[in-house]
Design a protein around this ligand. Sequence first.
Ligand SMILES: [Zn+2]
Length: 215
Amino acid sequence: MLMGEDEETGIAEVRLGDCPICGGKNTLKAIQHVHEIPYFGKVMESTIICERCGYRNADVMILEEREPKLYTVRVEDEKDLSTRVVRSKSGTIELEEVGVKIEPGPAAEGFVSNVEGVLERAKNALLMAKDFKKQEGDEDAVEKIDRILDYMEEVREGKKPLTVSVMDPFGNSALIGEKVRSRLLTEEELKKLSLGPYRIIEPSAENGEDQGDQG
Ligand SMILES: [Zn+2]
């Protein structure tokens, strides 16, 4: 499954050259998988792998409509947990009621999942942070993390609401579902977003025609 090229399933392997981590000669490759999300469009998931040191990093890219947008969904029952989440390395996810923000950074990974999957990822990150705070003897921080974990558990059971937002200055991240609302990000919001490993490139003239679309 990981080797060779397959047009039908949209899986391709690309040689990227030398590994920036271990310096291996031509040991870096990318496995790219293009697939279609119903009512949305094509996305490409890619995983970079070094055959020598085992370095791995995943990202995702939206291949069709790409605009710097803010997507929001209010999760109120278990059904809303299945709202699709496309998060690229440049995407920021905010879980409003619990004050949790997943931002781009050197270790950020792209993924295609749903709100339930994002809650699981956030939980794992919070449990790690909790261990760290415990070792530091920071009781207040441990208590605060426990409160967040409790709240997120109630969201999963459909007992508490949660407002989930996704923002991406490059338009490579999105929320997809019936209740999702979206609009273009304002200049001010764009300035405040962390960009992770990316830089903003001046938009080309041909992208200009879509600027008025509010989704
Ligand atoms: Zn390597």
